[in-house]
Design a protein around this ligand. Structure first.
Ligand SMILES: [Zn+2]
Ligand SMILES: [Zn+2]
Length: 296
């Protein structure tokens, strides 16, 4: 079942990838959805990602799926006896060699999925299920578009017919997953109302549904909690030492907890203090006590 199994290259890879996606949407749209559904959705989604991205590379040239294309041989490819490139490397080759646009955001979604897959395989579902589910939905969306743009148009008629019914099932499933997310966000709108200037992206599910409270920060979409302002900044920046001009001292509470470029539910990007949660007024916002400098 491992997606890394090079024997998979013997099978029609697009059909194989779509078959994994059928399993993914069945698990993601299960009602009720339990941790086991999430586990198999993530495992099969990662398998589909690998199969489908590499199918596009093979279409460009079979040597591109080798870990080292310079050492590729047709004989090794035919017998599926070779070390295949990683998903990350496949994305880089699709971008640089095939010329396919994969945005940084899409790349992030793929990286997050790979992390979820590894965590699941080693520790079981320790992450928040709703967050994993939301991330899986993004990759599913990406792969359906990748199929539409890059893979389905080049298929032989037989092959296209063979996966037709499965593609309808996958598209319906994707719509179901998206509807679920939309409905959930709509239900939360009332709870978030009035807190827009303290509502930021959740680092776990990436929805704009985390209300910064200072000591405890809870995401209303996925339920993840992030304790302490320092931890909020840590999860955003990846490292507490990454100061590089993005963290500043708060003029209100004097803590080193202002993130300069924080996107809020108001639609603004502003300096934001996670300790005394709220935007930091800039010179332009200050009351006209003294003459504004440098403004027309
Ligand atoms: Zn969340
Ligand atoms: Zn502050």
């Amino acid at each position: 079942m491992s997606a890394a199994d090079p024997n998979q290259l013997d099978f029609p890879p697009v059909r194989n990838g779509v078959d994994y996606l059928v399993s993914v949407v069945d698990h993601l749209t299960a009602d009720p959805i339990d941790p086991r559904h999430i586990k198999y959705a993530v495992l099969h989604l990662q398998a589909a990602t690998e199969v489908l991205l590499k199918a596009r590379l093979v279409r460009e040239h079979w040597s591109l799926v080798f870990e080292d294309p310079g050492a590729a041989s047709e004989r090794a490819f035919r017998s599926a006896d070779f070390k295949s490139c990683t998903v990350g490397e496949a994305v880089t080759r699709l971008r640089n060699i095939v010329g396919i646009t994969i945005t940084d955001k899409e790349q992030e979604a793929l990286d997050a999925l790979a992390r979820d897959r590894n965590a699941l395989q080693h520790y079981g579902l320790s992450h928040n299920a709703r967050a994993v589910e939301a991330r899986a939905g993004r990759v599913l969306d990406l792969l359906v578009r990748f199929l539409d743009d890059e893979l389905l148009p080049g298929l032989e008629l037989d092959e296209a017919n063979a996966i037709g019914a499965d593609m309808i099932h996958v598209r319906d499933g994707l719509t179901g997953v998206q509807t679920f997310v939309t409905q959930r966000l709509r239900r939360l709108r009332g709870e978030l109302q009035g807190h827009e200037d303290r509502t930021v992206h959740c680092p776990h599910c990436e929805q704009l549904t985390l209300i910064a409270e200072g000591a405890t920060n809870r995401c209303l979409f996925c339920g993840a909690t992030v304790t302490t302002p320092e931890m909020m900044i840590y999860v955003y920046l990846g490292s507490p030492d990454d100061e590089g001009g993005v963290i500043d001292i708060c003029p209100r509470c004097a803590q080193h907890t202002v993130m300069l470029d924080t996107f809020l539910a108001t639609g603004d990007r502003v300096p934001f203090c996670f300790n005394c949660p709220g935007p930091i007024p800039t010179a332009a916002d200050e009351p006209p006590a003294d003459t504004p400098r440098g403004r027309p």
